[in-house]
Design a protein around this ligand. Structure first.
Ligand SMILES: [Fe+2]
Ligand SMILES: [Fe+2]
Length: 295
């Protein structure tokens, strides 16, 4: 397929981060820092998995514009993964070692969602190309959440007083998530043979992604709290129920955590046959962020 004359607006921006002046509790409180740390723990292995899957999908794309957009998407996600790793290194230097958890997520993707479907080699010949379709569908469902979270970090003014370098990291990332929010959805649609298959494929992959997302996010928070050697654990909620309640409370009172109710409401929108990622974000806000920050 010739795609040399087609250009994509989606491309990786050059950026670097310096966390040398960052405080461990960059969000202002230990709880909010640990409750939002899963962003940095799950995204680097997850986004590198996106890149590997989408690289495999490139040969299946027959639309030159989509081909270039997917290449741009891969470039952006690879840069995101690398940038969050910088914050994980900063934590490690400050005696909060989250690397084992990150490795376990990397292995989860590699063992269950990559070369061996659900860690079963014998499923390969049975599923054939449907496995790639399933992987892309999962990424489309995850990208729904990254777009919703991207809009949240861009629009929530009460985040303005957190550590400025971490704020720069999450707002730049959020803006690129909003910018490329349609690509995984479009790729999944492109690879599905029928409209009905596309609709039910979206629902099945979300039904798998949502519980995994909740479980790994909750475990990541608990892991992050446990790895913090200086924190008095009596001052912070450590059970799932209390953590979820505290996140919802923080989202209302301080605005420094995303509302779980808001995230779940967005899943209901995903269930509609008329769902379109275009309606989940605002291109103008993302563009304004890039312009205002000289990208
Ligand atoms: Fe990303
Ligand atoms: Fe993304």
């Amino acid at each position: 397929m010739s795609s040399h004359y087609v250009k994509s607006d989606i491309e990786a921006r050059k950026i670097s981060f310096d966390f040398s002046k960052t405080s461990i509790y960059w969000a202002g409180s230990p709880f909010i820092t640990h409750a939002t740390n899963p962003l940095h723990m799950l995204l680097p292995p997850g986004e590198l998995w996106f890149c590997r899957v989408f690289n495999n999908a490139l040969s299946e794309i027959t639309d030159p514009q989509l081909y270039q957009d997917v290449k741009g998407f891969i470039g952006q996600e690879a840069t995101h993964a690398k940038s969050h790793n910088g914050l994980l290194e900063f934590y490690k230097e400050n005696n909060i070692d989250l690397s084992e958890y990150v490795k376990s997520i990397d292995l989860l993707f590699k063992n269950w969602f990559e070369k061996k479907p659900f860690n079963k080699q014998w499923l390969n010949p049975i599923l054939g190309k449907k496995w790639l379709l399933f992987q892309v569908g999962m990424i489309a469902a995850i990208e729904h959440f990254t777009a919703v979270l991207g809009m949240w970090v861009l629009e929530e003014d009460r985040l303005n007083d957190i550590d400025q370098e971490v704020l720069r990291l999450i707002r730049w990332h959020g803006a690129e998530e909003v910018e490329h929010r349609e690509i995984a959805f479009k790729l999944f649609k492109h690879l599905c043979e029928t409209k009905i298959g596309f609709y039910f494929g979206r629902q099945i992959t979300m039904a798998i992604v949502l519980p995994i997302f909740i479980i790994v996010w909750g475990r990541a928070i608990k892991y992050s709290i446990n790895q913090d050697q200086i924190l008095d654990k009596n001052t912070i909620p450590t059970t799932y129920y209390k953590i979820l309640k505290a996140i919802e409370k923080e989202s209302k009172i301080t605005g420094k955590a995303p509302s779980l109710k808001y995230l779940l409401a967005s899943v209901i929108r995903w269930g509609s046959p008329f769902y379109n990622p275009k309606n989940e974000g605002n291109d103008q806000i993302a563009k304004y962020y890039f312009q205002a920050n000289s990208f």
